[in-house]
Design a protein around this ligand. Structure first.
Ligand code: ZN
Ligand code: ZN
Length: 280
């Protein structure tokens, strides 16, 4: 197995044009790199050092909705690096009960402020939209476009018909409230990987490696320009054509205004309770 240290990570980031002052949204898999000396903390140190004191590192620290969200104790469901990151001294975590973002650096407070009062999880006023405003980059470290939370911001922007309203337990800071209503909530499968060749052609992405991990650095304003052009032409661009994908089949029926018989999805349901393809 490949061994990776902090200098290796910083060198690779530099090759991918990550530089001082950058604002990054990081999605990551620690094990994808091989063996990292010092583990998740080494990766976090390298990221912070790469962007320097004028830069900002942010990460999605997403949570499920089975129990009430607590910013101090609800663990990040999206990997060890994000979980260690949210526990760092000086880290700001936004208060959205599902789509929280944690950030450290120059714009950390600005990015994470008021997320809980936004109409939706990933749209206007959220950290994801602010990252676009700040001309940030998405760093996909050993994970791919299907883990890129900011793709939901694009879906919100075109008001995709398959986004849903969902009541979940209220976060712990809302003392007088039992239920929190999520609007334009995005469960289910999406073929976000389909955007990749368009980003390559449009010069919106730099690709490289860190240890054994494949890494993509995506320019957020360019991603929005390219993806919104495609989505305005085809609002179902991210909906797949797998006939066994309940989620995307449901989205197509909804888009076409056709009746939905929920019983039709029972026959190809798998046993994985968190399967994005089977969720309806
Ligand atoms: Zn699908
Ligand atoms: Zn399934």
């Amino acid at each position: 197995m490949k061994t990776v240290n902090k200098e290796d990570i910083m060198y690779s980031l530099k090759l991918m044009d990550v530089s001082e002052g950058d604002v990054l949204l990081v999605h990551s898999s620690l094990t994808s790199m091989g063996y990292v000396e010092g583990g998740a903390d080494t990766v976090i140190d390298a990221l912070l050092e790469a962007v320097g004191p004028e830069g900002t590192i942010s990460m999605s620290t997403l949570t499920g909705w089975g129990s009430p969200f607590d910013a101090d104790t609800s663990p990040s469901a999206v990997g060890d690096i994000s979980e260690q990151f949210r526990k760092r001294a000086g880290a700001y975590r936004s208060l959205h009960p599902v789509h929280s973002v944690t950030a450290i650096g120059k714009y950390a407070e600005f990015l994470t402020r008021d997320h809980e009062t936004c109409e939706t999880g990933c749209g206007t006023g959220t950290p994801y939209e602010k990252l676009r405003m700040l001309k940030g980059k998405v760093l996909l470290l050993g994970v791919d476009m299907d883990r890129n939370t900011i793709m939901h911001t694009l879906e919100e922007e075109i008001d995709a018909i398959y986004l849903r309203t969902l009541d979940i337990p209220a976060p712990t800071y809302l003392k007088d409230q039992d239920v929190f209503t999520l609007k334009k909530f995005p469960p289910g499968h999406r073929d976000f990987l389909a955007i990749t060749p368009y980003l390559r052609r449009g010069g919106a992405m730099v690709e490289g490696v860190i240890g054994q991990a494949v890494v993509k650095v995506v320019d957020i304003p360019k991603l929005f320009d390219i993806a919104l052009t495609i989505l305005k032409e085809n609002p179902l661009f991210f909906i797949c054509h797998n006939p066994n994908c309940n989620s995307c089949h449901w989205s197509r029926l909804l888009f076409d205004g056709k009746p939905i018989d929920m019983a039709q999805y029972e026959k190809n349901h798998c046993c994985d309770g968190t399967c994005e393809i089977c969720v309806i």
